[in-house]
Design a protein around this ligand. Structure first.
Ligand code: ADP
Ligand code: AMP
Length: 233
């Protein structure tokens, strides 16, 4: 009998009643691992990038505001991000916990999140830091392709679909994000270095940070992430 099927893991996270935060530069593998962890534990994967892309696809006022900033590789204003996160975690499916991917990204977002989790009675978050040599990121970012329908993540160099341009899971069309073009990668990495990387020190001081060697294979990173979540205090 399996010792850690999806049912058992779901119970485990429900018992944890907490947020898992994936912190790391663009292209480090946060989305890939967040999809896997959320699927395994039966909790929502909350990617602020995906939420913004949905707003853009629907041409909402918020999407129209965010689009030019995202296309330039800049962070979107805290006020916009906090609003979409606050609305999302009110949903009943978030009551046992969730996996944040790409949030928080600024000191103000991290402080706000700490208060919000307290107010909702969540335990201290588990923060997983995806540590990786920046030299590896260009290939990961420019090679990334997403399924237009299901959001499954591929890489044309390292994690290619069986049929080029087609999602293995649901046959959807694979697309490249407009901000994954080489010329936008520099500003995105610079934004990470200036505004988001300092959060690693913040969460380390709080005793919440756990490092993962994100240069390893997807399977090895998954094993390490699962170990961190299972053994979280
Ligand atoms: P992030 O969410 O941190 O920006 P993604 O999960 O979208 O990163 O991954 C970026 C790219 O790298 C994708 O094309 C993905 O398929 C690929 N990738 C993710 N993890 C690994 C890994 N451990 N080894 C090699 N490629 C990976
Ligand atoms: P991601 O999908 O996480 O790579 O995010 C894509 C883009 O969305 C980023 O480059 C930002 O422009 C914007 N974005 C996503 N999450 C945030 C956030 N927490 N704070 C500010 N901007 C964000």
């Amino acid at each position: 009998m399996p010792t850690s099927g999806a049912g058992q893991d779901a119970k485990l996270l429900q018992k944890l009643h907490r947020a898992v935060i994936f912190l790391g530069p663009p292209g480090a593998g946060k989305g890939t691992q967040a999809q896997e962890l959320a699927r395994k534990y039966g909790v929502p994967h909350l990617s602020t990038g995906d939420m913004l892309r949905e707003h853009i696809a629907k041409s909402t006022p918020l999407g129209l505001l965010a689009k030019p900033m995202m296309e330039r590789g800049e962070l979107v204003a805290d006020s916009i991000i906090l609003k979409i996160v606050a609305d999302r975690i009110e949903s009943p499916d978030c009551s046992f916990g969730f996996v944040f991917d790409g949030f928080p990204r600024t000191a103000a977002q991290a402080q706000w999140l700490g208060e919000l989790l307290k107010q909702h009675g969540f335990k201290q978050p588990v923060v997983v830091h995806f540590a990786i040599d920046p030299a590896l990121l260009l290939r990961r970012i420019t090679g990334r392709r997403l399924c237009k329908t299901g959001g499954e993540i591929y890489n044309i160099y390292d994690r290619a679909p069986k049929v080029p341009g087609i999602c293995d899971a649901d046959g959807g069309e694979l697309i490249q994000r407009p901000d994954d073009r080489e010329e936008v990668v520099g500003p995105r990495l610079e934004g990470y270095r200036k505004l988001t990387a300092p959060l690693t020190a913040y969460y380390r001081r709080l005793g919440r940070l756990q490092d993962v060697d994100a240069a390893k294979s997807v399977e090895e990173v998954t094993q390490r992430v699962l170990e961190i979540v299972r053994t979280a205090r």
